[in-house]
Design a protein around this ligand. Structure first.
Ligand SMILES: NC(=O)c1ccc[n+]([C@@H]2O[C@H](COP(=O)([O-])OP(=O)(O)OC[C@H]3O[C@@H](n4cnc5c(N)ncnc54)[C@H](O)[C@@H]3O)[C@@H](O)[C@H]2O)c1
Length: 319
């Protein structure tokens, strides 16, 4: 058995999302070896050559190679971006049949090659496919992470930042729930440059419809971008790189991801978007935000929507 001595990442699926993630990894010098697998071998060879030609200008050396499943044996992380993407007007949940089969075959191949690291899943519908990855791999849940609402939260912070004219890094707010149409913003615990959003809403209730509009634009942003350029890629690529850095650098940082709930928010046995503390062991713990009654109702609706689809593939066990 090969033992992981470095920070090797195996990326499976080098389409628009996978390549954007690979570019972010190389640019930020996050891993020392990036092995990439895709069924479109010719395009993959082109991307591997192209990525290697930027390494000389990167903050540290990343060896980028065309990978095989044997690469998984000593990998610290396997990141899955393979599968069908949304077509214009298609919801993420409509991708589930196609992508569930792809997920099973990929996870079987990864595990057959002795993988003992951390999975990060981005393929959609990401919450359901992360649950599937956990079930198919047999790994403990803290070592299977989904990208969840990392992108949605980044979009929301950006758009709030534009409204308040502050950098998105000074805006703290999470989108939680399904990465999709039933997600919700948690305004009750949001802060803008340290000022509580809840207090601002109490002082000026006319803010509420404006904020709801920003949230709706955030939620529907993927449809707009897909309509304009065919896919969304750079935002999620950088979000995946952020989660990877949290893992490989053992950061104990709070990031929005899809994590398995075990009673948090009153839910269990479901992967769903929530902040979590992420480090070299994966998800150290789920952060349970304090929700208002209305936010809790919306979260439950989101969890119920996901569970209805999840149970078609993984029926609930009798209690
Ligand atoms: N989680 C998020 O926030 C988020 C954001 C954007 C897209 N996505 C999802 O990411 C996935 C990829 O999107 P995309 O725009 O890159 O699509 P894409 O069509 O550009 O790329 C998909 C890639 O997967 C490869 N592939 C398919 N089956 C494979 C297999 N069995 N093994 C290896 N490679 C395989 C294809 O050859 C292709 O290169 C989609 O499911 C999409 O919905 C997620």
């Amino acid at each position: 058995m090969k033992v992981s001595v470095g920070n090797k990442i195996v990326l499976i699926g080098a389409g628009d999302v996978g390549v954007a993630y690979a570019f972010a990894l190389v640019n930020q010098g996050i891993c020392d070896h990036l092995a990439i697998i895709d069924i479109d071998e010719k395009k993959l060879e082109g991307n591997v050559m192209d990525l290697n030609h930027g390494v000389v200008w990167a903050p540290s050396r990343t060896k980028v190679t065309k990978g095989t499943y044997a690469d998984c044996e000593d990998a610290a992380m396997v990141v899955i971006c393979a599968g069908a993407a949304q077509k214009p007007g298609e919801t993420r949940l409509q991708l589930v049949d196609k992508n569930m089969k792809i997920m099973k075959s990929i996870v079987d191949d990864v595990m057959a090659n002795g993988f003992d690291g951390i999975f990060l899943v981005a393929s959609n519908p990401v919450d359901i496919l992360t649950y599937a990855c956990w079930k198919y791999s047999g790994l403990p849940a803290h070592r299977v992470i989904g990208s969840g609402t990392v992108l949605d939260s980044a979009r929301f912070r950006y758009m709030l930042g534009e409204m308040y004219e502050v950098a998105p890094t000074s805006v703290h707010s999470y989108i939680i729930g399904e990465h999709g149409d039933t997600e919700l913003p948690v305004l009750s615990s949001a802060t803008i440059a340290g000022v509580s959003m809840r207090k601002q809403l109490e002082k000026d209730p006319s803010l509420e419809p404006k904020l709801e509009k920003i949230f709706e634009d955030t939620r529907d942003m993927a449809y707009k971008i897909i309509d304009a350029k065919g896919s969304t890629s750079y935002g999620i690529g950088m979000g995946l790189a952020r989660i990877s850095r949290a893992v490989l650098q053992n950061q104990d940082v709070a990031v929005p991801v899809a994590a398995l709930l075990r009673g948090e928010y009153g839910e269990e046995n479901i992967y769903i978007g929530t902040p979590a503390i992420v480090n070299r062991r994966g998800i150290r713990r789920v952060v349970e935000l304090e929700l208002t009654d209305h936010e809790q109702e919306r979260f439950k609706h989101s969890a119920d929507t996901l569970r209805a689809i999840q149970e078609k593939f993984f029926p609930a066990e009798e209690k």
